[in-house]
Design a protein around this ligand. Structure first.
Ligand code: IPM
Ligand code: MN
Length: 354
Protein backbone atom coordinates (compact mmCIF):
# COMPACT_ATOMS: atom_id res chain seq x y z
CA UNK A 1 0.00 0.00 0.00
CA UNK A 2 1.25 3.46 -0.88
CA UNK A 3 2.54 5.43 2.10
CA UNK A 4 2.25 9.17 2.31
CA UNK A 5 5.23 11.13 3.62
CA UNK A 6 5.41 14.84 4.37
CA UNK A 7 8.68 16.55 3.51
CA UNK A 8 9.76 19.58 5.52
CA UNK A 9 13.06 20.74 4.09
CA UNK A 10 14.00 23.18 6.85
CA UNK A 11 16.37 26.11 6.55
CA UNK A 12 19.90 27.10 5.54
CA UNK A 13 21.89 24.08 4.26
CA UNK A 14 19.23 21.60 5.30
CA UNK A 15 17.30 21.48 1.98
CA UNK A 16 20.58 20.65 0.23
CA UNK A 17 20.66 17.40 2.21
CA UNK A 18 16.93 16.64 2.05
CA UNK A 19 16.40 16.99 -1.72
CA UNK A 20 19.03 14.48 -2.91
CA UNK A 21 17.96 12.12 -0.10
CA UNK A 22 14.42 12.10 -1.49
CA UNK A 23 15.90 11.36 -4.95
CA UNK A 24 17.77 8.38 -3.48
CA UNK A 25 14.61 7.02 -1.87
CA UNK A 26 12.79 7.41 -5.20
CA UNK A 27 15.39 5.17 -6.83
CA UNK A 28 14.44 2.38 -4.46
CA UNK A 29 11.02 2.16 -6.11
CA UNK A 30 9.10 2.07 -2.88
CA UNK A 31 5.48 3.15 -2.97
CA UNK A 32 5.77 6.54 -1.34
CA UNK A 33 3.75 9.59 -2.21
CA UNK A 34 5.61 12.73 -1.13
CA UNK A 35 3.66 15.72 0.13
CA UNK A 36 5.33 19.12 0.36
CA UNK A 37 3.15 21.54 2.32
CA UNK A 38 4.47 25.08 2.74
CA UNK A 39 6.31 25.37 6.07
CA UNK A 40 8.77 27.94 7.43
CA UNK A 41 10.49 30.03 4.76
CA UNK A 42 8.40 28.77 1.84
CA UNK A 43 5.19 29.48 3.76
CA UNK A 44 6.29 32.95 4.87
CA UNK A 45 7.37 33.81 1.31
CA UNK A 46 3.80 33.08 0.19
CA UNK A 47 2.35 35.33 2.87
CA UNK A 48 1.20 32.37 4.97
CA UNK A 49 1.86 31.61 8.62
CA UNK A 50 5.12 29.73 9.34
CA UNK A 51 3.10 26.60 10.07
CA UNK A 52 -0.18 26.95 8.19
CA UNK A 53 -3.22 24.78 8.96
CA UNK A 54 -2.81 22.97 5.66
CA UNK A 55 0.67 21.83 6.73
CA UNK A 56 -0.67 20.51 10.00
CA UNK A 57 -3.47 18.74 8.12
CA UNK A 58 -0.93 17.25 5.71
CA UNK A 59 1.01 15.83 8.66
CA UNK A 60 -2.18 14.43 10.19
CA UNK A 61 -3.08 12.74 6.91
CA UNK A 62 0.37 11.26 6.40
CA UNK A 63 2.16 8.12 7.61
CA UNK A 64 5.39 9.93 8.52
CA UNK A 65 7.37 13.15 8.08
CA UNK A 66 10.91 13.56 6.85
CA UNK A 67 12.20 16.72 8.50
CA UNK A 68 15.39 18.56 7.61
CA UNK A 69 16.69 20.88 10.31
CA UNK A 70 15.41 24.21 11.51
CA UNK A 71 17.09 27.41 12.60
CA UNK A 72 13.78 28.91 13.69
CA UNK A 73 11.23 29.36 10.93
CA UNK A 74 10.13 25.71 10.93
CA UNK A 75 10.17 25.38 14.72
CA UNK A 76 6.35 25.46 15.07
CA UNK A 77 6.19 22.42 12.78
CA UNK A 78 8.85 20.66 14.85
CA UNK A 79 6.95 21.41 18.07
CA UNK A 80 3.83 19.95 16.49
CA UNK A 81 5.69 16.83 15.32
CA UNK A 82 7.01 16.24 18.84
CA UNK A 83 4.41 17.48 21.31
CA UNK A 84 1.40 17.68 19.02
CA UNK A 85 1.87 14.13 17.75
CA UNK A 86 3.31 12.89 21.05
CA UNK A 87 6.37 11.26 19.47
CA UNK A 88 7.84 10.20 22.78
CA UNK A 89 10.74 7.95 21.79
CA UNK A 90 13.63 9.75 20.10
CA UNK A 91 15.84 7.01 18.71
CA UNK A 92 19.40 8.10 17.93
CA UNK A 93 21.75 5.42 16.63
CA UNK A 94 25.51 5.92 16.67
CA UNK A 95 27.03 3.34 14.38
CA UNK A 96 30.57 3.58 13.09
CA UNK A 97 30.94 3.16 9.34
CA UNK A 98 34.58 2.35 8.49
CA UNK A 99 35.86 5.31 6.50
CA UNK A 100 34.23 7.92 8.72
CA UNK A 101 36.40 10.14 10.87
CA UNK A 102 36.13 8.93 14.45
CA UNK A 103 38.33 10.39 17.20
CA UNK A 104 38.62 6.88 18.70
CA UNK A 105 41.67 4.72 18.07
CA UNK A 106 39.57 1.62 17.39
CA UNK A 107 36.02 2.63 16.50
CA UNK A 108 35.32 -0.53 14.47
CA UNK A 109 32.22 -2.25 15.78
CA UNK A 110 30.83 0.72 17.69
CA UNK A 111 27.09 0.42 17.24
CA UNK A 112 24.84 1.80 19.97
CA UNK A 113 21.44 3.43 20.10
CA UNK A 114 20.34 6.15 22.48
CA UNK A 115 16.60 6.17 23.13
CA UNK A 116 15.85 9.62 24.44
CA UNK A 117 12.54 10.36 26.14
CA UNK A 118 11.24 13.15 23.94
CA UNK A 119 8.36 14.90 25.71
CA UNK A 120 8.98 15.42 29.42
CA UNK A 121 11.80 16.35 31.78
CA UNK A 122 12.98 19.97 31.52
CA UNK A 123 11.40 20.08 28.06
CA UNK A 124 8.11 20.80 29.80
CA UNK A 125 9.71 24.22 29.25
CA UNK A 126 7.95 25.93 32.13
CA UNK A 127 10.23 28.54 33.65
CA UNK A 128 9.71 31.62 35.74
CA UNK A 129 10.74 33.80 38.67
CA UNK A 130 11.79 32.00 41.84
CA UNK A 131 9.74 34.54 43.77
CA UNK A 132 6.58 33.09 42.20
CA UNK A 133 7.27 29.78 43.98
CA UNK A 134 6.75 31.36 47.42
CA UNK A 135 3.22 29.95 47.97
CA UNK A 136 4.59 26.43 47.58
CA UNK A 137 6.88 26.76 50.62
CA UNK A 138 9.55 24.52 49.08
CA UNK A 139 12.83 23.75 50.83
CA UNK A 140 16.16 22.80 49.25
CA UNK A 141 16.90 19.22 50.29
CA UNK A 142 20.64 19.91 50.25
CA UNK A 143 21.01 23.35 51.83
CA UNK A 144 17.88 23.18 53.96
CA UNK A 145 17.12 26.75 52.89
CA UNK A 146 13.69 27.84 51.67
CA UNK A 147 13.79 27.81 47.88
CA UNK A 148 12.59 31.44 47.73
CA UNK A 149 15.89 32.49 49.28
CA UNK A 150 17.50 31.65 45.93
CA UNK A 151 16.45 34.94 44.43
CA UNK A 152 16.36 37.03 42.44
CA UNK A 153 16.57 34.06 40.09
CA UNK A 154 14.71 31.83 37.68
CA UNK A 155 13.45 28.27 37.99
CA UNK A 156 12.69 25.56 35.46
CA UNK A 157 10.36 22.65 36.01
CA UNK A 158 11.52 19.10 35.53
CA UNK A 159 8.73 16.54 35.31
CA UNK A 160 9.12 12.78 34.96
CA UNK A 161 5.94 10.71 34.85
CA UNK A 162 5.38 7.02 35.32
CA UNK A 163 3.44 6.73 32.08
CA UNK A 164 6.00 8.76 30.11
CA UNK A 165 8.84 6.63 31.41
CA UNK A 166 7.09 3.31 30.96
CA UNK A 167 6.30 3.87 27.30
CA UNK A 168 9.79 5.00 26.34
CA UNK A 169 11.30 2.15 28.37
CA UNK A 170 9.12 -0.38 26.50
CA UNK A 171 10.17 1.16 23.20
CA UNK A 172 13.82 0.78 24.20
CA UNK A 173 13.42 -2.82 25.42
CA UNK A 174 11.62 -3.80 22.22
CA UNK A 175 14.39 -2.21 20.17
CA UNK A 176 16.99 -4.16 22.17
CA UNK A 177 15.02 -7.36 21.48
CA UNK A 178 14.88 -6.66 17.73
CA UNK A 179 18.58 -5.86 17.65
CA UNK A 180 19.39 -9.03 19.55
CA UNK A 181 17.84 -11.01 16.69
CA UNK A 182 20.27 -9.19 14.36
CA UNK A 183 23.29 -10.23 16.44
CA UNK A 184 23.60 -7.38 18.91
CA UNK A 185 24.13 -8.16 22.60
CA UNK A 186 20.52 -7.52 23.68
CA UNK A 187 21.37 -5.15 26.50
CA UNK A 188 19.58 -2.09 27.84
CA UNK A 189 21.26 0.52 30.01
CA UNK A 190 19.05 2.95 31.90
CA UNK A 191 20.81 6.12 32.93
CA UNK A 192 19.79 9.22 34.88
CA UNK A 193 20.97 11.23 37.88
CA UNK A 194 19.02 9.03 40.32
CA UNK A 195 21.54 9.46 43.14
CA UNK A 196 20.82 13.20 43.41
CA UNK A 197 17.40 13.68 41.82
CA UNK A 198 15.94 10.72 43.64
CA UNK A 199 12.31 11.70 43.00
CA UNK A 200 12.36 12.52 39.29
CA UNK A 201 15.34 10.61 37.91
CA UNK A 202 14.78 8.02 40.62
CA UNK A 203 11.32 7.41 39.19
CA UNK A 204 12.80 7.10 35.70
CA UNK A 205 15.12 4.36 36.95
CA UNK A 206 12.52 2.59 39.11
CA UNK A 207 9.89 2.44 36.38
CA UNK A 208 12.42 1.18 33.81
CA UNK A 209 13.62 -1.43 36.28
CA UNK A 210 10.04 -2.61 36.80
CA UNK A 211 9.45 -2.78 33.03
CA UNK A 212 12.65 -4.82 32.69
CA UNK A 213 10.88 -7.78 34.29
CA UNK A 214 8.74 -8.08 31.14
CA UNK A 215 11.85 -8.48 28.97
CA UNK A 216 13.90 -11.24 30.60
CA UNK A 217 15.80 -11.86 27.35
CA UNK A 218 17.32 -8.35 27.51
CA UNK A 219 20.22 -7.83 29.92
CA UNK A 220 19.48 -4.75 32.00
CA UNK A 221 21.68 -2.41 33.99
CA UNK A 222 21.56 1.11 35.39
CA UNK A 223 24.25 3.79 35.43
CA UNK A 224 24.34 7.25 36.95
CA UNK A 225 24.48 9.64 34.03
CA UNK A 226 27.91 11.20 34.74
CA UNK A 227 29.38 7.69 34.98
CA UNK A 228 27.61 6.88 31.72
CA UNK A 229 29.16 9.93 30.03
CA UNK A 230 32.61 8.70 31.05
CA UNK A 231 32.00 5.12 29.95
CA UNK A 232 30.41 6.29 26.70
CA UNK A 233 33.74 7.83 25.74
CA UNK A 234 36.03 5.24 27.32
CA UNK A 235 34.18 1.99 26.73
CA UNK A 236 31.87 2.99 23.86
CA UNK A 237 31.63 -0.50 22.45
CA UNK A 238 30.26 -1.91 25.70
CA UNK A 239 26.86 -0.32 25.02
CA UNK A 240 23.92 -1.58 23.02
CA UNK A 241 20.69 0.36 23.75
CA UNK A 242 20.48 3.19 26.26
CA UNK A 243 17.28 4.74 27.64
CA UNK A 244 17.66 8.23 29.05
CA UNK A 245 15.60 11.28 30.08
CA UNK A 246 15.15 14.09 27.59
CA UNK A 247 17.84 16.68 28.40
CA UNK A 248 20.67 14.23 29.17
CA UNK A 249 19.66 12.42 25.98
CA UNK A 250 19.86 15.62 23.96
CA UNK A 251 23.39 16.31 25.20
CA UNK A 252 24.81 12.81 25.21
CA UNK A 253 23.40 11.82 21.82
CA UNK A 254 25.44 14.67 20.33
CA UNK A 255 28.47 13.31 22.21
CA UNK A 256 27.76 9.80 20.93
CA UNK A 257 27.51 11.19 17.39
CA UNK A 258 30.97 12.71 17.86
CA UNK A 259 32.37 9.23 18.52
CA UNK A 260 31.37 7.89 15.11
CA UNK A 261 32.23 10.85 12.91
CA UNK A 262 30.12 13.75 14.05
CA UNK A 263 26.70 15.22 13.49
CA UNK A 264 27.04 14.85 9.72
CA UNK A 265 26.39 11.12 10.09
CA UNK A 266 23.89 11.08 12.98
CA UNK A 267 20.28 10.16 12.13
CA UNK A 268 17.19 10.01 14.31
CA UNK A 269 13.59 8.92 14.39
CA UNK A 270 10.93 10.13 16.83
CA UNK A 271 8.22 7.54 17.42
CA UNK A 272 4.80 7.92 19.00
CA UNK A 273 1.89 5.52 19.36
CA UNK A 274 0.47 6.38 15.93
CA UNK A 275 3.01 8.59 14.20
CA UNK A 276 6.73 9.00 13.61
CA UNK A 277 8.97 11.58 12.04
CA UNK A 278 12.60 11.42 11.03
CA UNK A 279 15.32 14.06 11.14
CA UNK A 280 19.07 14.43 11.22
CA UNK A 281 20.46 15.21 14.68
CA UNK A 282 22.40 18.17 13.27
CA UNK A 283 21.21 21.76 12.86
CA UNK A 284 20.96 23.84 9.71
CA UNK A 285 24.70 24.48 9.22
CA UNK A 286 24.23 28.14 8.14
CA UNK A 287 28.00 28.54 7.67
CA UNK A 288 27.96 26.17 4.69
CA UNK A 289 24.51 27.00 3.28
CA UNK A 290 24.47 27.25 -0.51
CA UNK A 291 27.83 25.51 -0.89
CA UNK A 292 26.52 22.02 -1.67
CA UNK A 293 28.95 20.44 0.80
CA UNK A 294 26.66 19.46 3.66
CA UNK A 295 27.06 15.80 4.54
CA UNK A 296 23.71 14.22 3.61
CA UNK A 297 24.49 10.98 5.51
CA UNK A 298 22.48 11.96 8.59
CA UNK A 299 19.44 12.67 6.43
CA UNK A 300 19.93 9.56 4.28
CA UNK A 301 20.19 7.32 7.35
CA UNK A 302 17.13 9.04 8.86
CA UNK A 303 15.30 8.23 5.62
CA UNK A 304 16.44 4.60 5.99
CA UNK A 305 14.96 4.53 9.50
CA UNK A 306 11.77 5.92 8.01
CA UNK A 307 11.65 3.25 5.31
CA UNK A 308 11.98 0.62 8.00
CA UNK A 309 9.15 2.21 10.00
CA UNK A 310 6.91 2.30 6.92
CA UNK A 311 7.46 -1.41 6.32
CA UNK A 312 10.00 -1.08 3.50
CA UNK A 313 12.73 -2.78 5.49
CA UNK A 314 14.47 -4.27 2.46
CA UNK A 315 14.81 -0.82 0.87
CA UNK A 316 16.02 0.53 4.23
CA UNK A 317 18.75 -2.12 4.33
CA UNK A 318 19.74 -1.40 0.72
CA UNK A 319 20.11 2.31 1.42
CA UNK A 320 22.15 1.75 4.58
CA UNK A 321 24.41 -0.75 2.87
CA UNK A 322 25.02 1.69 0.01
CA UNK A 323 26.10 4.35 2.51
CA UNK A 324 28.35 1.88 4.34
CA UNK A 325 29.95 0.78 1.06
CA UNK A 326 30.50 4.36 -0.04
CA UNK A 327 32.46 5.09 3.15
CA UNK A 328 34.30 1.78 3.02
CA UNK A 329 35.44 2.50 -0.53
CA UNK A 330 36.49 5.91 0.75
CA UNK A 331 37.14 8.02 -2.33
CA UNK A 332 33.94 10.08 -2.13
CA UNK A 333 33.56 11.89 1.18
CA UNK A 334 32.30 15.33 2.15
CA UNK A 335 34.69 17.79 3.86
CA UNK A 336 33.46 16.99 7.40
CA UNK A 337 34.81 13.44 6.88
CA UNK A 338 38.09 14.64 5.42
CA UNK A 339 37.08 14.49 1.76
CA UNK A 340 36.45 17.02 -1.00
CA UNK A 341 33.23 15.67 -2.49
CA UNK A 342 30.09 17.76 -2.78
CA UNK A 343 26.74 16.69 -1.37
CA UNK A 344 25.57 15.73 -4.86
CA UNK A 345 28.75 13.75 -5.59
CA UNK A 346 28.34 11.81 -2.36
CA UNK A 347 24.71 11.03 -3.20
CA UNK A 348 25.71 9.94 -6.71
CA UNK A 349 28.24 7.54 -5.17
CA UNK A 350 25.53 6.13 -2.90
CA UNK A 351 23.09 5.91 -5.82
CA UNK A 352 25.59 3.91 -7.87
CA UNK A 353 25.51 1.24 -5.15
CA UNK A 354 21.76 0.88 -4.84
C1 IPM B 1 17.57 18.28 18.96
C2 IPM B 1 17.64 19.76 19.10
C3 IPM B 1 16.34 20.23 19.75
C4 IPM B 1 16.30 19.69 21.15
C5 IPM B 1 16.05 21.73 19.72
C6 IPM B 1 16.12 22.30 18.33
C7 IPM B 1 14.68 22.00 20.32
O1 IPM B 1 18.77 20.15 19.80
O2 IPM B 1 16.71 17.80 18.19
O3 IPM B 1 18.34 17.56 19.57
O4 IPM B 1 16.87 20.27 22.09
O5 IPM B 1 15.68 18.65 21.33
MN1 MN C 1 20.07 18.44 20.32
Amino acid sequence: MTKRVVIIEGEDASPEAVRPTVDLVDRLQVEIEWVRPPVGETALARGLAAFPDEARAAIDESDATLFGATSGKSVPALLYLRWGRDTYANVRPSRFFPGCQSPLREPEGLDLVIVRENIEDLYIAAEGDVADLAPLGLTSRFSGKPVVEFQPGKYAIKVITEKGTERVARHAFELAQRRKKQGHPGRLTCTSKYNVLSQTDGLFRDVTERVAADYPDVAFDTLIVDDFAHKLVKHSKAFDVIVIPNLYGDILSDAAAGLVGGLGVAPSGCYGADYAYFESVHGTAPDIAGKNIINPTATILSAAMMLDYLGFSEAAGTLERAVAETYAEGSVKTPDQGGTASTIEFCAAVASRL
